[in-house]
Design a protein around this ligand. Structure first.
Ligand code: 5GP
Length: 124
């Protein structure tokens, strides 16, 4: 069965898309630790990030860098990066603009219009 992230990449489940290229897809995390919390995901469905083939690994980290740089430029914030992978068995990297209220693991509840506003600000 396809992972929830594969369904998002294929458009079967909606997402607030930030960035996409041939091998990767980035979208807002639905349970953000701060406004702008984004997941960068390889399009190939692999559970553990360190099991990615080199070309997918390189493409993923190139996109992580691109999205983080853009996020820092737009928000003026240092970007926190983490790899966890305990919830969704499809490799991904979390990127979050650091804010005063950021606390590891603590999440915000945002309305749809707030997600849309953030998406519009961060998408490129
Ligand atoms: P991890 O596997 O690294 O612990 O975390 C998985 C992340 O995926 C969580 O932060 C969770 O909020 C996010 N997530 C899980 N399901 C969905 C979903 O359907 N849509 C979005 N946008 N994010 C999701």
């Amino acid at each position: 069965m396809a992972s929830i992230f594969t369904k998002i990449i294929n458009g079967e489940i909606p997402s607030y898309k930030i960035y996409e290229d041939e091998k990767t897809y980035a979208f807002l995390d639905i349970n953000p630790e701060a406004k702008g919390h984004t997941l960068v995901v390889p399009k190939v469905e692999v559970d553990k990030i360190y099991d990615l083939e080199d070309d997918d690994w390189n493409a993923l980290w190139a996109s992580v860098k691109k999205v983080a740089k853009h996020m820092e430029e737009v928000t003026g914030r240092r970007v926190v990066m983490k790899v966890v992978g305990t919830d969704v068995p499809h490799a991904h990297v979390h990127l979050t603009p650091l804010s005063e209220t950021w606390e590891y693991g603590k999440t915000l509840k945002l309305r749809e219009d707030e997600f849309e506003e953030i998406r519009a600000k961060l998408a490129f």
